[in-house]
Design a protein around this ligand. Structure first.
Ligand SMILES: Nc1ncnc2c1ncn2[C@@H]1O[C@H](COP(=O)(O)OP(=O)(O)OP(=O)(O)O)[C@@H](O)[C@H]1O
Ligand SMILES: Nc1nc2c(ncn2[C@@H]2O[C@H](COP(=O)(O)O)[C@@H](O)[C@H]2O)c(=O)[nH]1
Length: 211
């Protein structure tokens, strides 16, 4: 009886089911997520990851990422503060337990934007999110988007394109993702994304309306 009570309590505290977004760098994850969160700010909350990469112009510490040194991040990982972490394009990235808890404490759908290694590692945890893959229409379009974004050195760009090839192959594995969205036309991709999340969005709105 105590165990059942505890399980219910924990489930209630955990809030709505989180959503994991993954897909090649440059596919358009951040673009789609920012639109989604802006339109539904009382429904979704972003899990702010840690990274050892430098902030890009316009990015803000604590909003886009927690920008940390490799030493500090490795120490926190060793201390068990992270749900998952990965080396990507020469930098460390990771989701802290605190980042997810901060969103869940507000009863919002927690959004994680993570690479494929992160997806595999989250699958080993009890987070049980919905998994959405955002894919580019082609490698050529992906490369153009990354180049036009003007955020990467040639070395970083090549690493990201290499990771994208691996990512696009792994995404085809049956069962890896619940939903795959090809981001060709932005408005169409956004419409498909909202459709995929409609049930979860309505659940949260209903719960908030009755509380
Ligand atoms: N449908 C689209 N059509 C044209 N350009 C797009 C589209 N979606 C996104 N972009 C542009 O492509 C670039 C990459 O998008 P974005 O930064 O959102 O990708 P990302 O998947 O979040 O990348 P990363 O994983 O590196 O953070 C941006 O400059 C963005 O404005
Ligand atoms: N495994 C994780 N991957 C993460 C996390 N936060 C971001 N990412 C992924 O890193 C790449 C590159 O991001 P960028 O901002 O430098 O372009 C991208 O694919 C993200 O999805 C994380 O906490 N864990």
């Amino acid at each position: 009886m105590y165990l059942r009570h505890f399980t219910r309590l924990f489930t209630a505290m955990a809030g709505p089911r989180p959503v994991v977004f993954s897909g090649p760098s440059g596919a358009g994850k951040s673009t789609l997520l920012k639109k989604l969160i802006k339109e539904h700010e009382n429904v979704f909350g972003f899990s702010v990851s840690h990274t050892t990469r430098n902030p890009r112009p316009g990015e803000e510490n604590g909003r886009d990422y927690h920008y940390v040194t490799r030493e500090a991040m490795q120490a926190a990982i060793n201390n068990g503060e992270f749900i998952e972490s990965a080396e990507f394009s020469g930098n460390l990235y990771g989701t802290s337990k605190a980042a997810v808890q901060a969103v869940q404490a507000k009863n919002l759908i927690c959004i994680l934007d993570i690479d494929m290694q992160g997806v595999k590692n989250i699958k080993k945890t009890d987070l049980s999110p919905m998994y959405i893959s955002i894919q580019p229409p082609s490698m050529e379009v992906l490369e153009k988007r990354l180049r036009d974004r003007n955020t990467e050195s040639e070395e970083s760009l090549q690493k990201r394109l290499h990771a994208a090839n691996v990512d696009m192959e792994l995404s085809k594995e049956p069962g890896m993702f619940d939903v795959v969205i090809v981001n060709d036309n932005l408005e169409d991709a956004y419409k498909n994304l909202k459709q995929a999340l409609l049930e979860e969005i309505n659940k949260v709105k209903k719960a908030k309306a009755s509380s």
